[in-house]
Ligand binder design. Sequence first.
Ligand code: PDD
Length: 276
Amino acid sequence: TQVYLNGEFLPPDQARVSVFDRGFIFGDGVYEVIPVFGGRLFRLSHHLARLDASLSAIRLRNPHTPMEWNDIFTRLLAAGSGDQSIYLQVTRGVAPRDHAFPPNITPTVFAYAQPLKYSPPEHLAQGVAAVTTADIRWQRCDIKAIALLANALLRQQAIDQGAAEAILVRDGVVTEGAASNIFIVKNGRLVTAPKGPFILPGITRDLVVEIAHAKGIPCDELPVKIEMLSSADEVWLTSSTKEILPITRIDGKPVGDGKPGPMHAKMFALYKEYKQ
Ligand code: PDD
């Protein structure tokens, strides 16, 4: 199976990037993860719109049209089977090390497909554990930047504490997970953080909000204070690869009755129906 690098399709061990690539040196680039269900690139236009937003935020031109991206993904996906995901990244390119942008630099464009690793069924059946921790990231979390050191440290901290995800808290408010968005359910209402510089505008998050509105499930995009998290009936995480997962323990304490709740069952059924 081949990867895409700068216009070529190559076996992974023949794909070469310079050690002076600014992605390697500075983490100067952006990425996307696009799930592929039943051969369909799920919410592709939303992912490409977010890619555009990330690229313009770091002042890079999108190297490809939506049609060209689609052709690249289609070729990468042809070798695989079952549900897959596409990873793509665009870095500023190769130049002698200097913080300032070099003039006339060509971006490095990389993409590959891999089988989608679904969460084990017990995660859906029983929910997962999470820990809360300070959101130590910067103030442009809306950019899907490849520089993920803080996210990696935070996720590992959760794993080390026997949990699946870190729930990040900034100024007493829940922003998101280390690699997911967070929803709470209270008295039949969904609440999730509003968009802004402190969260990634998750494609799965937006879909859950969209489904809630379409099906008449009350859903607010409001700051989730830490006290709202601890008194929630249900807490979920959402992402392209984890879909919608119930969080049933936070910092060692049960969420609600400690089991996945009825609102999760309802939303997950609606989500699966949408996926068809
Ligand atoms: N991460 N917030 C952060 C910080 C994320 O990294 C992600 C996704 C999300 C959820 O966004 P979406 O629903 O569009 O996947 C929220 C991807 C999956 C990753 O880095 O692998």
